[in-house]
Design a protein around this ligand. Structure first.
Ligand code: GLC
Length: 605
C-alpha cells in the first residue's frame, strides 16, 4: 500500500487507488447519504454533491443533506423525531415555503410539540445558512420547452445558467439533462426531455452539456437508456428492436458522450430486452465505453442498482442513494465474485471526474445572479412557445385593448412538472401578472368579459409528474367547457378568442380548436412564464418555437398507443423506429401544419 498518497490531480489517481483499503473502496462506490458521497479524508478525497436537475436546482434534495447534520448537532436521531420530512409536512405548504426560504414563521410551528418546533427552528436556521445570497434557485422551463426552441445555443446558455446556480448551492454533479425520447405523449416525464426526434434531441443535448461543464459542474445525462414511461419504471422490461434502440433511443446519449463530452451518465431503472440497465455490461461497458469511448463515471438512478455486485461488474461506478453496506462489496471481492481490479476501475472512474468538480477544485459560493437567470429563463420560455393558430389578426393584441382573462390557470401557473424536476423558485410570474405588467392593470380584467372587451384570453393548464403517466391527452372537462362557452360569447360579441396552453405536452384540441381564433402553447414555462407570454401576445416577441413532438389529433393516432404502458411487466416497442411523426409520414404520407416542422396533429380519420 502506498504511504503518503494524496489526491492532487488525475495523475495521482493510480497511486491513491492503490493506497485505499478495500473498505474505503467499498464505501466509495456508494453514496454516504441521499445526495452526497463520502470522503476519504486521509487521502484528500472530498465528498461531492449530486442533485437535480435539468431546469433548476431541486433544493428539497439538498434539505436531505442538511437535516442529518441538524439532527446530529441536536444529538438526535431521525427516529426520535419521527420522520423529519413528516415533521416538516406538519407545518403545511406555507410553513415549508417559509422553511425553504429560511424564515420559518412562529405561527407555522405553534401547533407542534416543543421538540419538533425546536428541530424546525434549528433546521430553518441551517437552511438560512446554506442558502446562497439571492435565496432559492431559479426555475427554468423544463426540457421539452428547451427542445421547442430548436436553438441549441440558447439551450447551452440555459445549461450554463443552471450550472452557475448549482455552484452557488454547492452542487457538483447536475442530475440532468434528461434526453429520453418522447415515445408516447402520455409519459409522465415527457416534459423533462427534449423531443420525440433523436436528431433534435442529439443536437440539443450537446450544447446543454457543454454549457453545464463549461462552469466546472458535471452533467449527468439520463436515463440511460429508454426510460420512456413511469408505469412500472423500476423493472418494466422494454422489448426494443435493435434498430429502434440504435436509431431512436441511443443517439442522444451517444451525442452527449462523443460531442458533448459528458462527464457522467445515469443508468436507468428499466430493463431493455430482459437486462436491467444498471446491471447491463452491454449497455454500460460494451456500448458506452467500448463503442462510444465514454471516460467518465456511471451513477445509478436512485435505487436502480438492484444487484450491487452485478452493477459493479457491469460498469456501474457509483450506486445512489447511500448509505449502503460496504461489507457486501468486501465479501464479494473476498469470494471472487468481484475482481478488486474491477472495483479499482470503478473508484478510478469516479475520481477521474471528482478532480474536476468544485468539491475538489474549491467551492466559490457565489451569489445567485438572479438577473441573468431570469433573463435566460424568459428567453427559453419565449423561444420555446409555439403559435399553433392565429386567424383574423387575433394576435398580436393591439395597444389600448381591453383584455378579458378567464381560467384559474391565469393566476396559478404551472412552472414545471412534478418529481425530481420540481424547483421551488423565489417567484413565479403568472399570465395575469405578465399581461398587467405589459398592458397596464387597467387594461386587464380577470374572471369577467366586460362590455368593452377587445378580446378574451383563456388560460388552461395540464401538468404531469415523475412517478405516474398521464391518463389521457384531453384537457380537463371544465377547461374544454370554459373554452367552448367563452368562444360562443366572443362570437356573439364579435371579439377574438385566444387560448394560452400552460401544458406539459400534447393535448387533444379537435373538440374546440375550430371555435377559437388563436392558440399559443407556453408549455410549463418556468418562473418567467407570464412575462414571456405577454411579450408574445403583444407582439413584442415573435413566436418562433416549433413542436419538438407530435400533437396527435387523438391519442389513438399515436403509434405506441396499442403498446403503452405494457402489461405483465413487459412493454413491446411494436412501432419500431416509427415514433411520432415518422409513423404519420410512413403510414399517412402526409400531416397537417408542416410549418411546425414536427407535425401538429394528423387528421387521421
Ligand atoms: C429519480 C429520478 C432521477 C433523479 C434521481 C435523483 O428517481 O429517476 O431522474 O435524478 O432519482 O433524484
Amino acid at each position: 500500500m502506498s504511504k503518503g498518497a494524496i489526491l492532487t490531480d488525475a495523475s495521482s489517481i493510480p497511486e491513491v487507488v492503490q493506497a485505499m483499503t478495500l473498505e474505503e473502496k467499498a464505501r466509495f462506490v456508494a453514496g454516504a447519504r441521499a445526495f452526497e458521497t463520502g470522503p476519504v479524508d486521509r487521502l484528500g478525497i472530498p465528498a461531492f454533491v449530486p442533485a437535480d436537475g435539468h431546469n433548476g436546482i431541486n433544493f428539497f434534495q439538498l434539505l436531505g443533506n442538511i437535516i442529518p447534520k441538524v439532527l446530529a448537532k441536536r444529538g438526535q436521531s431521525a427516529g426520535e423525531l419521527r420522520d423529519p420530512f413528516r415533521t416538516m409536512s406538519d407545518v403545511g405548504m406555507a410553513g415549508i415555503g417559509n422553511l425553504l426560504a429560511g424564515n420559518l414563521d412562529p405561527s407555522n410551528i405553534e401547533s407542534l410539540s416543543p421538540e419538533n418546533a425546536a428541530f424546525l427552528r434549528d433546521l430553518s436556521q441551517a437552511v438560512q445558512e446554506s442558502l446562497p445570497e439571492g435565496g432559492l434557485p431559479s426555475c427554468f422551463p423544463p426540457g421539452m420547452v428547451m427542445g421547442a426552441t430548436w436553438n441549441p445555443e440558447l439551450v447551452g446558455e440555459c445549461g450554463r445558467a443552471v450550472a452557475k446556480e448549482a455552484k452557488a448551492f454547492g452542487v457538483d454533479v447536475l442530475l440532468g439533462p434528461n434526453v429520453n425520447i418522447h415515445r408516447d405523449p402520455l409519459c409522465g416525464r415527457a416534459f423533462e426531455s427534449y423531443s420525440e426526434d433523436p436528431y433534435l434531441a442529439s443536437q440539443t443535448v450537446i450544447d446543454y452539456v457543454k454549457g453545464v461543464q463549461g462552469e466546472g459542474i458535471a452533467a449527468d445525462v439520463k436515463h440511460y437508456a429508454a426510460n420512456n414511461q413511469e408505469y412500472m419504471r423500476q423493472g418494466i422490461d422494454e422489448v426494443i428492436p435493435e434498430r429502434a434502440l440504435r436509431e431512436i433511443y441511443l443517439p442522444a446519449f451517444k451525442a452527449a458522450v462523443q460531442e458533448g463530452g459528458c462527464w457522467t451518465v445515469m443508468s436507468a431503472y428499466n430493463k431493455i430486452n430482459g437486462e436491467d440497465c444498471a446491471l447491463s455490461k452491454r449497455l454500460l461497458t460494451d456500448i458506452l465505453r467500448g463503442e462510444w469511448g465514454f471516460a467518465g463515471f456511471v451513477v445509478s438512478d436512485w435505487g436502480a442498482a438492484y444487484d450491487r455486485i452485478q452493477a459493479l461488474n457491469a460498469g456501474n461506478d457509483l450506486e445512489m442513494p447511500g448509505p449502503q453496506n460496504p461489507q457486501e462489496v468486501i465479501d464479494a471481492v473476498e469470494r471472487g465474485e468481484l475482481g478488486e481490479t474491477t472495483l479499482d476501475e470503478r473508484v478510478s472512474n469516479i475520481l477521474g471526474v471528482l478532480v474536476k468538480l468544485p468539491a475538489f477544485t474549491g467551492r466559490e459560493r457565489a451569489a445567485i445572479d438572479r438577473a441573468y437567470s431570469s433573463q435566460v429563463a424568459r428567453r427559453v420560455a419565449v423561444e420555446g412557445a409555439v403559435l399553433l393558430k392565429n386567424e383574423d389578426g387575433a394576435l398580436p393584441i393591439e395597444e389600448g385593448s381591453v383584455i378579458a382573462v378567464v381560467g384559474e390557470n391565469a393566476k396559478n401557473p404551472i412552472a414545471t412538472g412534478g418529481g425530481s424536476a420540481g424547483v421551488v423558485s423565489p417567484y413565479m410570474v403568472s399570465l395575469l401578472e405578465g399581461l398587467e405588467a405589459r398592458f397596464g392593470a387597467d387594461a386587464v380584467r380577470f374572471g369577467e368579459i366586460p362590455a368593452n372587451a377587445s378580446c378574451v384570453v383563456i388560460s388552461v393548464g395540464v401538468t404531469s409528474s415523475e412517478g405516474s403517466d398521464r391518463a389521457s391527452l384531453a384537457l380537463a372537462d371544465e377547461d374544454t367547457a370554459l373554452i367552448l362557452e367563452t368562444a360562443e360569447t366572443c362570437r356573439r360579441r364579435r371579439i377574438k378568442t385566444i387560448v394560452v396552453l400552460n401544458v406539459c405536452g400534447p393535448v387533444e384540441m379537435h373538440g374546440w380548436i375550430d371555435e377559437v381564433d388563436a392558440v399559443l402553447i407556453i408549455w410549463l414555462g418556468g418562473m418567467e412564464l407570464g412575462h414571456a407570454a405577454a411579450a408574445l401576445l403583444s407582439g413584442d416577441e415573435n413566436p418562433s418555437g416549433k413542436l419538438p413532438l407530435t400533437f396527435p389529433r387523438r391519442y389513438q393516432d399515436t403509434p405506441s398507443c396499442l403498446n403503452f404502458p405494457g402489461e405483465f411487466g413487459r412493454v413491446v416497442y411494436g412501432e419500431g423506429i416509427y415514433v411520432g411523426y415518422r409513423y404519420l409520414l410512413k403510414i399517412l404520407g402526409r400531416t397537417s401544419f408542416p410549418r411546425a416542422r414536427i407535425r401538429v396533429f394528423a387528421n387521421v380519420t
